[in-house]
Design a protein around this ligand. Sequence first.
Ligand SMILES: [Fe+2]
Length: 173
Amino acid sequence: MRVARFAERLARAHGVDTLRARIAGMLHDLARLYAAERLLDECAARGLPVDAFERAHPIVLHARVGAELARERFGVDDESVLSAIRKHTLADAVMSPLDAVVYLADGIEPARAFDGRAALEALAFRDLDAAMRAALASSIAYLRTRGLAISPHTLAAAEHYGIPDPLEERHPA
Ligand SMILES: [Fe+2]
């Protein structure tokens, strides 16, 4: 509900459809409590392809499976809403304003606690693209410093938003 409310406010600020934002916000985590095995099974049952990154980190599949559940159980047939649900965890090479609103709402809703949350929220209300760049850069930096794998979808999003060499080692000046 926090993500839904935040997404609705953010959508309003950017002239994005608020109802779509709210619905995507409410339904984005439908599959979040499924275990890894269940997520893989749900994909297999629907003939959905699973890539190597998803196979190694099935938890990210909750976004794609969530979109399927939104369609099947809640009758959501609006592709823009399903897309926003599908991309809320990893982002992707193509991000509509609605996709960005839901991705950002999920990452910076008020209960999230991290340094710079308030600044990122302010940026998100001012400039959606700049907030996406900041959110993706920080997420990639987080994964890199912990030596964790980065999804090809997230890397494609980084490229889309013009983040330079996300896989390059950064040396402090
Ligand atoms: Fe999620």
